[in-house]
Design a protein around this ligand. Structure first.
Ligand code: KG4
Ligand code: ZN
Length: 355
């Protein structure tokens, strides 16, 4: 056992014997938010600091990976300090450091991973690697305790997945997108409507003022499939806008936003409820940036009520990327004593299996 491993062991036993709640320091830098948080026993947020770069990337209409990495480097230390200070704690009291190591932008992931490894090495604190999507799902545990089996609909800028969980830390993907992620479709349609990046919240707001009067396709795929596809819908929107422009007609942006949103939501909700029923889910969890969507939250609440299954939805602040959800997911690994070694690396295409 190396000197580092011995120190990690000592820290683990000291914390276990103290009888105090476990404090997990979470670190998230997979995309364009630099975030650090302290979470107690995987359920209570003591701090959750988020330094967003959205304003910087807005100019470019999307996240510029090199710029994101550089900003993470500038922000990471201050963000971690602020998370500890706001939580009223120090590294002495931190039981483990949980960091997102994939999926995401490799240069961005590496900043968080390097910071977590440096602190772990310097202080002998256990290190935990967290899957970003596991984090999104565990944002729900900061709201209410999970009950299994559960089905989670994960809808973010990079992912659209229906995940079945039968116990903590174990994930079975029932279906996923075959092309664009839901958030990606929102952002592309928003760009076509000349809305700023990220477009999801703008479409959401605009949709509330429009009528879903334009005919747009729904990609149901094979009858028993839990997979999704959004590229056909995105193309239909772009074609409709283009054709109208060529004919010198105008399409009411609010109506287009409402029609697009209805088309996305109908498929997401139908498949989620079908999966929840088929697998006897006790709960449906909504996760990921698109979970902030007001239309989706409403429609899923309706669907779950009709199906008689409990719905958990994180507050908006926990839907988009943040480190509290990473700490919450990391707590599960902490309880299983699943620690990473110092060769932990950023893995852009990390699959979601067991964590
Ligand atoms: O989970 P997230 O913060 O980052 C990834 O892990 O991808 O998700 C970001 C995505 C963006 O595509 C953004 O447009 C979308 O979430 N989003 C929304 C809303 N708020 C954020 N999409 C629809 N409606 C919203 N209110
Ligand atoms: Zn995310």
């Amino acid at each position: 056992m190396s000197r580092y491993e011995q120190r990690v062991e000592e820290t683990y036993h000291r914390h276990m014997q103290s009888g105090k709640p476990a404090l997990i320091l979470g670190i998230e830098t997979s995309c364009d938010e630099t975030s650090a948080a302290v979470v107690q026993d995987g359920t209570a947020i003591l701090s959750n600091i988020i330094a967003s770069q959205a304003e910087i990337h807005k100019k470019f209409g999307g996240v510029v990976p090199e710029v994101a990495s550089r900003r993470h480097v500038e922000n990471i230390t201050l963000t971690i300090d602020e998370a500890l200070e706001t939580a009223g704690t120090t590294l002495d009291d931190i039981s483990a450091i949980a960091v997102t190591y994939g999926p995401g932008l490799v240069g961005a992931l590496l900043v968080g991973v390097a910071a977590a490894k440096a602190l772990s090495f310097a202080r002998g604190i256990p290190l935990i690697g967290v899957h970003h999507i596991a984090g999104h799902i565990y944002a729900n545990r900061l709201v209410k305790e999970m009950e299994f089996p559960l089905v989670s609909l994960v809808v973010s800028g990079g992912h659209t997945e229906l995940v079945l969980m039968e116990r903590h830390g174990e994930y079975r993907i029932l279906g996923e997108t075959r092309d664009d992620a839901a958030g990606e479709a929102y952002d592309k349609v928003a760009r076509a409507l000349h809305l700023p990046y990220p477009g999801g919240p703008h479409i959401d707001r605009l949709a509330a003022a429009g009528h879903a009067s334009l005919p747009l396709p729904r990609a149901w795929l094979e009858p028993d499939s839990y997979d999704f596809s959004f590229s056909g819908l995105k193309s239909a929107v772009l074609n409709a806008l283009h054709n109208a422009e060529q004919r010198g007609e105008t399409v009411e942006p609010a109506d287009m936003a409402a029609s697009f949103q209805e088309s996305v939501i109908e498929v997401l909700v139908e498949k989620t409820i079908r999966a929840a029923t088929a697998y006897g889910a006790k709960q449906v969890l909504l996760a990921g940036g698109v979970a902030a969507n007001s239309g989706l939250r409403r429609a899923l609440a309706d669907g779950c009520q009709k199906a008689g299954v409990e719905l958990i939805v994180p507050p908006i602040s926990l839907c988009t990327d943040n480190a509290a959800m990473i700490a919450a997911a990391g707590y599960v690994s902490y309880q299983k004593r699943q620690f990473a070694s110092l060769d932990l690396n950023g893995v852009p295409g990390l699959p979601l299996t067991s964590f």
